[in-house]
Design a protein around this ligand. Structure first.
Ligand SMILES: O=C(O)c1ccccc1N[C@@H]1O[C@H](COP(=O)(O)O)[C@@H](O)[C@H]1O
Length: 212
């Protein structure tokens, strides 16, 4: 993994990303709960923030927590300028970007997260030069779950994140079933669409780590 995006969790600890944060209160709750990564949606979404907001919120986030910008279908130039303006260290790509696109962002020193919908053919982490593979439902950010019980037969590589429809109530079972390297949540820690609930963020991190 590139040094600029070094990830902090120890090998026996689940990597936890909380995504779609828009306020100071939510960012503070995620940091205090022990999240490993915080995502800012910089693409069309009810959770979208502009780059200046992501930059302001990022200043509250300690170095050991990875800041991630979420993109879907933007041009390489747009991702580069939004990433530079917001100061995020990692990019999460939900589009159909080619290898050259990934290589260019890697050359900028960004940690790369490739998002893909779980389906009949499961990609393998690293195929596009990415540092992490995120396996999600067909509609990202929808809060829809998929059949995690199919994961043990797939081979996504070591650094894969489970996403899609996770909540404080189901995350532990999902982790026990699918055995991911990490998890990512957005809808499941919201009180209404696009509005996070700090208590749910805290509960999610605690439940994901087995109540510890
Ligand atoms: O959250 C969004 O609106 C979004 C928009 C575009 C691309 C990705 C988005 N979110 C990602 O969706 C997954 C899981 O979300 P959920 O927990 O099911 O709501 C997560 O990776 C978000 O980063």
């Amino acid at each position: 993994m590139r040094q600029s995006g070094a990830v902090s969790n120890s090998s026996d600890s689940l990597f936890i990303k909380i995504c779609g944060l828009r306020t100071e209160e939510d960012v503070d709750a995620a940091v205090e709960a022990g999240a490993d990564a915080i995502g800012f949606v910089l693409t069309a979404s009810p959770r979208r923030v502009d780059a200046a907001t992501a930059a302001r919120l990022s200043r509250r986030i300690p170095e050991h927590v990875l800041t991630v910008g979420v993109f879907r279908g933007e041009s390489l130039d747009d991702v580069r300028s939004l990433a530079a303006e917001s100061g995020i260290r990692a990019v999460q790509l939900h589009g159909s970007e080619d290898r050259g696109y990934y290589d260019a962002l890697a050359a900028d020193g960004r940690t790369l997260i490739r998002a893909a919908a779980f389906g009949d053919s499961v990609p393998r982490c690293g195929e596009m030069g990415e540092d992490m593979l995120l396996l999600d439902a067909p509609v990202p950010g929808s809060g829809m779950a998929w059949d995690w019980s199919r994961m043990p037969v797939a081979d996504p590589g070591d650094r894969w994140l489970l996403a899609g429809g996770l909540t404080p109530d189901n995350v532990r079972n999902a982790v026990d079933t699918a055995r991911p390297w990490g998890v990512d949540v957005s809808s499941g820690v919201e009180r209404s669409r696009g509005v996070k609930d700090p208590a749910l963020i805290t509960a999610f991190v605690k439940a994901a780590r087995g109540g510890r």
